[in-house]
Ligand binder design. Structure first.
Ligand SMILES: Nc1nc2c(c(=O)[nH]1)N[C@H]1C(S)=C(S)[C@@H](COP(=O)(O)O)O[C@H]1N2
Ligand SMILES: [Mo]
Length: 165
């Protein structure tokens, strides 16, 4: 088995101060802490993770909350079509159509242990099915629902690709 690569944790990432907001085009905004998240039903699955930079981590077992369950609790408005998934450091965000995001898992455990901060703990988005590496947003702090496809705010790809030489 090969592991995930380890990258620097941005300064603004603080596990003790972590909260998850579900905001924007929803009927009931959500503001959860780690304990709140831990009370929700979870699912477990195993997948390989590969980065466009050319490495693969095999057989990672993720446990987490299906994003569709979180969205259901927040009650998306009829106009909501997309969401921006934002990291705690603020600079990193990735957009998704709601249908696809609903299938993703917000992982809180990796290989049977709480997700380490180096790999995006307390919570990391793990899209199911085919996904690009930059879509697996680490330190997810906010899921903002919007009513049109986001444009320039979808910065994750350019940040991720700027690391590739
Ligand atoms: N918040 C945030 N999430 C992120 C990134 C990032 O820079 N910031 N990089 C992405 C990319 S390109 C990859 S390959 C993986 C790396 O995960 P790892 O650090 O656990 O190996 O995180 C993804 N999620
Ligand atoms: Mo990546």
């Amino acid at each position: 088995m090969s592991d995930l690569e380890t990258h620097d944790v941005p300064e603004d990432v603080d596990a003790d101060a972590w909260r998850l907001g579900v905001t924007g085009a929803v009927g009931r905004e959500m503001d959860a802490d780690v304990a709140d998240l831990a009370t929700l039903p979870t699912e477990t699955f195993t997948a390989d993770f590969s980065c466009v930079e050319g490495w693969v981590a095999e057989d990672l077992t993720w446990r987490g909350v299906r994003v569709g369950d979180l969205l259901e609790r927040a009650g998306p408005t009829a106009a909501a079509t997309h969401a921006l998934v934002r990291a705690m450091d603020g600079a990193y965000a990735c957009s998704f159509p709601l249908e696809r995001l609903s299938e993703a898992v917000l992982a809180i455990e990796l290989d049977g242990a709480p997700l380490p901060i180096e790999h995006g703990g307390p919570a990391r988005l793990v899209p199911t099915g085919a996904a690009d590496c930059w879509e697996s947003v680490k330190w997810v702090a906010e899921i903002e629902l919007v009513d049109s496809p986001p444009g320039d705010d979808d910065t994750a790809k350019s940040i991720a690709l700027s690391r590739v030489e």
